[in-house]
Write a protein that binds this ligand. Structure first.
Ligand code: NAP
Length: 291
């Protein structure tokens, strides 16, 4: 068997086009231009790059991008005051505080300060809490996990009754994606660093979502024949055979998995592009909520 590649780049492009069209349509009927405010505290280069990518994507989709740069020594009170200001700004429909925050700032308090109807990152405790409760709907879902689900849906993967295994239980990927899979009526096993018989559990998965960050830890013979594999991890590893000297890999040994799975996301070009696409979708939704 050779697996189909789930092309996250193309699917993300479709989502971004849909958002752009919906933005154009609403603006043409006199409604507000959706606005996303990004807040960056400190000067971490990776965080700075992510924020720039998000701003660029907003511009392309016709969404207003507002950016607030704060110094690394910003106090908790100053940061929360900025969030309060953005909560009150009617041109700002979505607020994204780039994580991680510098040491000394209380991430949970900051996330809690964001208006739940502007929480386009989906990390407000109320949104996550609703995700964990049957029959409750969060206003927003976190972008990367929602991106995984969107990839599965748009590939036509049947989740109802499927055995799903999620590798990783972080707040930003593993746990929310597991909750979303439950919401889609999959039977979900969550694995983490203390799990015994990881291989045996993974072998039961019709749908496998990996979010650990350990290069190629999941081998081909861990995968159930015909399984669908979503690899969230993105890890830079040395590749002396390449001119640039490095490459990006996921948690899954891709070439081996290609021989066993029915469909798999590549790294890069799988889940990665979906995160920003879903963020744009969430920002559009935030503007619609404010209409
Ligand atoms: P994280 O917070 O470090 O969480 C890693 C999880 O993996 C933890 O739950 C940990 O278990 C588990 N784990 C660690 N070693 C393990 C092992 N040997 N066996 C089984 N489980 C193990 O990471 P994260 O933030 O969720 O990110 C995971 C990966 O996804 C990273 O490569 C990251 O770069 C990538 N990522 C990609 C995107 C995107 O594409 N847009 C977004 C976010 C993250 P414990 O809980 O027991 O410690």
């Amino acid at each position: 068997m050779t697996a189909n590649i789930i092309n996250g780049k193309e699917i993300a492009k479709d989502v971004r086009r849909e958002v752009k069209e919906a933005v154009e349509e609403r603006v043409a009927t006199g409604k507000s231009v959706p606005g996303l405010a990004t807040v960056l505290v400190g000067s971490d280069p990776a965080s700075g790059m992510y924020v720039k990518m998000k701003q660029r994507a907003c511009n392309k989709a016709g969404i207003n991008a507002f950016h607030i740069d704060l110094p690394a020594d910003t106090s908790q009170e100053e940061l929360e005051a900025k969030v309060a200001e953005l909560n009150a700004d009617e041109n700002v429909h979505g607020i994204l505080v780039q994580l991680p925050l510098p040491d000394g700032l209380d991430e949970e308090r900051v996330l809690q300060a964001i208006d739940v109807n502007k929480d386009v990152d989906g990390f407000h405790p109320l949104n996550i809490g609703r995700l964990a409760q049957k029959g409750r709907t969060p206003v927003f879902m976190p972008a990367t996990p929602a991106g995984c689900i969107e990839l599965l849906k748009r590939t036509g993967v049947e989740l109802e009754g499927a055995n799903a295994v999620v590798l990783g239980r972080s707040n930003i990927v593993g746990m929310p994606v597991a909750l979303m899979l439950v919401e889609h009526n999959a039977t979900v096993t969550i694995c983490h660093s203390r799990t015994k018989d990881l291989k045996g559990l993974i072998q039961t998965a019709d749908v496998l979502v990996c979010a650990v960050g350990r290069p190629e830890m999941v081998k081909g013979d861990w995968i159930k024949p015909g399984a669908v594999v979503i690899d969230v991890a993105t890890v830079k590893v040395d590749a002396p055979e390449l001119e640039k000297g490095y490459k990006w890999v996921g948690d899954v040994a891709f070439d081996e998995a290609m021989e066993v799975a029915s469909a798999i996301t590549p790294v890069p070009g799988g889940v990665g592009p979906m995160t920003i696409a879903i963020l744009l979708q969430n920002t559009l939704k935030a503007a619609q909520l404010a209409d």
